[in-house]
Design a protein around this ligand. Structure first.
Ligand code: SF4
Length: 228
């Protein structure tokens, strides 16, 4: 990232799913072609979906410096998922009142979330119920099978390395801005997906040549001592 060299290009329609999927394609392709694998992936929340984080952490062992896409925190003042503690050893959640939410069922589809339920006996007598599940008899929590990977991303988000990554991301954004403004890639001239791919590829080559020329120009010449 320091050199600012583009190592792969994948043109996609301007759709979030396609853009995220293209990241997987490029990571795999760069690994196969150049035997290069990033230690971390920096991205915005669009890349923080549970399956994407699961793939990065569990399959590729790449540190996700990405905010987690999380819709489990309600904005009505009731308890979100973060108010509940997961007890991995016993496979259960512990609620703010100290009661247990046990696994209720497991979907046959491996990628579906697991559901945990509190007991009706506990919830109906609980003073925290108006803050927890005011419109339900009991509290339920769905846990994604990729939750361990999401926890890794949440833990990373509190580190200094993550803060540095957020700053480094601005450098990459500068490259995109340059491609659009100076190399005029804000509008494609060639038609169709293959035209878009060729145009993006050529722009990336031009950008790389410019970066390399700059680096060579300012590189300090190596001093080689010669014995007299
Ligand atoms: S309502 Fe139920 S799940 Fe919520 S805090 Fe009370 S006992 Fe726990």
């Amino acid at each position: 990232m320091q050199a600012g060299i583009i190592v792969d290009v994948e043109a996609t329609p301007a759709l979030r799913t396609d853009e995220v999927n293209s990241t997987r394609t490029m990571i795999e392709r760069v690994e196969q072609r150049f035997n290069l694998k990033p230690e971390r992936l920096i991205g915005d929340m669009a890349y923080g979906s549970a399956p994407m984080l699961g793939w990065l952490v569990e399959e590729k062992q790449i540190a996700p410096h990405i905010p987690v896409w999380d819709k489990t925190e309600p904005d009505d003042g009731t308890f979100g998922r973060s108010a509940f503690t997961f007890d991995a050893e016993n496979n259960r959640y512990i609620c703010p009142a100290g009661k247990l939410l046990k696994p209720a069922w497991r979907s046959r589809v491996k990628r579906n979330p697991f559901r945990y339920r509190a007991s009706q006996y506990d919830c109906q007598a609980c003073p925290l119920k108006p803050k927890c599940c005011p419109n339900m008899v009991i509290r339920k929590i769905d846990r994604s099978p990729f939750e361990p990977a999401r926890d890794v991303a949440r833990a990373l988000a509190k580190t200094e390395a993550y803060r540095q990554s957020r700053k480094a991301r601005k450098k990459v954004e500068m490259l995109f801005a340059h491609l659009k403004r100076i190399l005029k890639l804000d509008r494609l001239r060639l038609r169709g997906p293959s035209g878009a791919r060729d145009e993006c590829l050529l722009a990336a080559i031009a950008q790389n040549l410019r970066r390399m020329a700059k680096r060579l120009m300012f590189a300090t010449p190596e001093v080689v001592p010669i014995a007299a």
